[in-house]
Design a protein around this ligand. Structure first.
Ligand SMILES: CSCCC(=O)C(=O)COP(=O)(O)O
Ligand SMILES: [Mg+2]
Length: 226
């Protein structure tokens, strides 16, 4: 009996194209100036320090940190300080109306239906919690944030480690077996299943790696008891 649904974003509720062709290039274009202008701001300084620590470059100048972060963007590295800073940069883009968060219409409908059925909805993405709230708050389908009971990012742990899902279940106070995790990435689904979560894989693109999880190309193909 499912009581809560935890969903990934990229490739699950929204398109990979939006993240890689809109969000990441926007962050790459604006990150440098954002850091130069705000390096002394407490929340920015904290992430600059975290970048230096993670890169084992304690002496890196702000320009050096920018170069490290741009390399991580190009490599799609899910580094927590990069994700925090990307969220701060994207805030300006959403607020200026430069783009809206892509959410598939079937995901909007599915989330609304599940919420109306009394299920608790959560997000677990490598994007920072700020970035998740921005995307769903400025989505193509309007402000969807009232539907979500909570958000998890890499500060809970990497998405491909079972312990991250055990922590999420612990924070929700719900056994893994009563939580459904949705993702397009088999390694994430394997980690969730190892923590006893139920799983469905979203296969929205051709030639995707698939595994042993039930598959759906749209949210209305997903079924479960609960
Ligand atoms: C929160 S929107 C940006 C998504 C992002 O930065 C990312 O790395 C995608 O991660 P996901 O875990 O949603 O596949
Ligand atoms: Mg994904």
């Amino acid at each position: 009996m499912i009581r809560a649904i935890v969903t990934d974003i990229e490739g699950t509720t929204g398109s990979i194209r939006f993240v890689h062709q809109v969000l990441f290039p926007y962050a790459r274009q604006h990150l440098g100036d954002f850091l130069r202008e705000n390096a002394e701001r407490a929340d920015v300084a904290e992430q600059i320090a975290a970048t230096r620590a993670l890169a084992e470059a304690p002496e890196a100048s702000v320009e050096g940190v920018i170069a490290i972060l741009e390399g991580w963007i190009d490599a799609d590295r899910k580094a927590t300080p990069l994700k925090a800073l990307q969220g701060m940069v994207w805030a300006r883009g959403y607020e200026a109306g430069d783009f809206t968060g892509h959410v598939y219409p079937d995901a909007v409908k599915g989330l609304r239906d599940w919420k109306e059925r009394g299920l608790s909805l959560y997000v677990y993405s490598s994007g920072s919690i700020q970035a998740q709230k921005l995307l769903f708050g400025h989505s193509d389908g309007g402000d969807l944030t009232p539907w979500f009971a909570g958000y998890f990012d890499t500060t809970t742990g990497p998405k491909q480690e079972a312990d991250s899902y055990r922590r999420i279940a612990g924070q929700l106070g719900i056994p893994g077996a009563e939580i459904l995790f949705l993702s397009d990435v088999v390694a994430e689904l394997d980690a969730a299943a190892a923590a006893d979560f139920q799983t469905w894989q979203l296969v929205r693109e051709p030639n995707m790696v698939t595994g042993d999880h039930p598959q759906a190309s749209r949210f209305d193909e997903i079924s479960f008891s609960g």
